[in-house]
Design a protein around this ligand. Structure first.
Ligand SMILES: Cc1cc2nc3c(=O)[nH]c(=O)nc-3n(C[C@H](O)[C@H](O)[C@H](O)COP(=O)(O)OP(=O)(O)OC[C@H]3O[C@@H](n4cnc5c(N)ncnc54)[C@H](O)[C@@H]3O)c2cc1C
Length: 309
């Protein structure tokens, strides 16, 4: 679709597909951490044509393009992001086949919501996704996982759009899946949808009960009551990042309004007015302390986007 645009007085841009591209939009609102500056331009496509249109417009304007799902694994710089930010969270749709166990979902479908829908259809295999506040696209790219299960285990294929506007279908073997990452990370491909294979024919009530147990366990061990980005550090095998940080006495340690959670030491929470710079200072402090005490280099799982320091 041609990306002809109309400039309105507000500088907001409206494309042929009726997609609005908003200048100077808050990114803090689009992340679970609730920190970060502004997007030079923000697009929230609601259907695939709008997504293509956004990419074409970004290319025409020569803007770098950054993709955001639910922003639940991101630390966005206080200085904001240049270029076009495409947030996929409005691309929401999923279909479940209770007989075959096949599930097809679009990029913005909330990952966690699939768990309840699968349970209603008597499908096993999505229980562990409950409580992970990302999107399907983010899970496919990050290889989201929990309790020894990960996205790569259940992915059949994913459709991606490249920056030339070409769609292609990729299989898990194409994606070089590893611990919490894939070769889609940092690539020019935008995940548009994914197909998963679950196990059919289970009692819906049993799957619901297992899902509810997983959720309860998360809610009691992780700080869901405050904005955060999930695990800040990867577990440096054979250690647990959270245990190392807790043993170093850093639970509750605070910089500005960013605090190492008192509930789970691998989480940093935003107590209200945290800045991305506060969070990064806390990350650097924890890394220095753990290196000094244990000789272990903690690597971040959260992705830093934009300019820092
Ligand atoms: C309370 C809490 C608990 C969490 N628990 C877990 C857990 O148990 N296990 C786990 O793995 N993670 C966990 N996370 C982290 C996070 O939810 C996952 O990494 C999730 O998969 C990120 O998805 P997202 O849509 O938010 O991606 P974002 O954070 O928006 O983006 C992450 C990366 O994926 C890219 N991306 C996103 N969507 C697309 C797309 N459509 N196409 C191409 N690239 C895309 C982005 O560019 C970025 O590089 C947790 C987070 C929180 C806040």
């Amino acid at each position: 679709m041609a990306a002809n645009s109309t400039q309105l007085k507000t500088q907001l841009v409206r494309l042929d597909s009726d997609l609005e591209i908003t200048p100077n939009a808050s990114l803090a609102k689009l992340t679970t951490f609730k920190v970060g500056g502004r997007a030079q331009w923000l697009a929230l496509p609601k259907h695939p044509d709008q997504l293509k249109d956004a990419v074409a417009w970004g290319n025409q304007q020569g803007h770098p393009i950054t993709v955001l799902g639910a922003g639940s694994n991101l630390l966005v710089s206080d200085r904001g992001l240049p270029g076009l930010i495409i947030c996929t969270r409005a691309l929401r749709h999923s279909e479940f086949d209770a007989t075959t166990g096949r599930v097809v979902a679009t990029a913005g479908e909330p990952w966690s919501s699939l768990a309840w829908k699968a349970a209603r259809n008597g499908l096993q295999g999505f229980e562990w996704t409950i409580g992970i506040p990302g999107t399907v696209g983010g899970a496919v790219v990050m290889n989201a996982g929990a309790h020894g299960r990960e996205t790569a285990d259940i992915l059949v294929e994913t459709e991606v759009l490249d920056l030339d506007g070409t769609l292609q279908v990729l299989k898990p073997d194409d994606l070089d899946y590893r611990y919490r990452t894939s070769n889609l990370q940092g690539s020019d491909c935008i995940v548009t949808s994914a197909t998963f294979q679950l196990s059919p024919g289970h009692r819906s009530d049993d799957v619901k009960a297992a899902t509810a147990d997983d959720l309860k366990q998360r809610r009691t061990t992780q700080p869901y009551h405050l904005p955060n980005c999930g695990s800040v550090f990867r577990n440096p095998k054979p250690y647990s990042a959270g245990q190392l940080i807790e043993q170093a006495g850093l639970k509750g340690y605070q910089m500005g309004e960013a605090q190492i959670s008192t509930l789970h030491a691998n989480f940093i929470v935003n107590l209200g007015g945290a800045k991305a710079d506060d969070v990064l200072a806390l990350i650097r402090h924890a890394q220095a302390v753990i290196f000094e005490r244990n000789g272990v280099e903690l690597e971040t799982e959260v992705k830093l986007v934009g300019l820092f320091e």
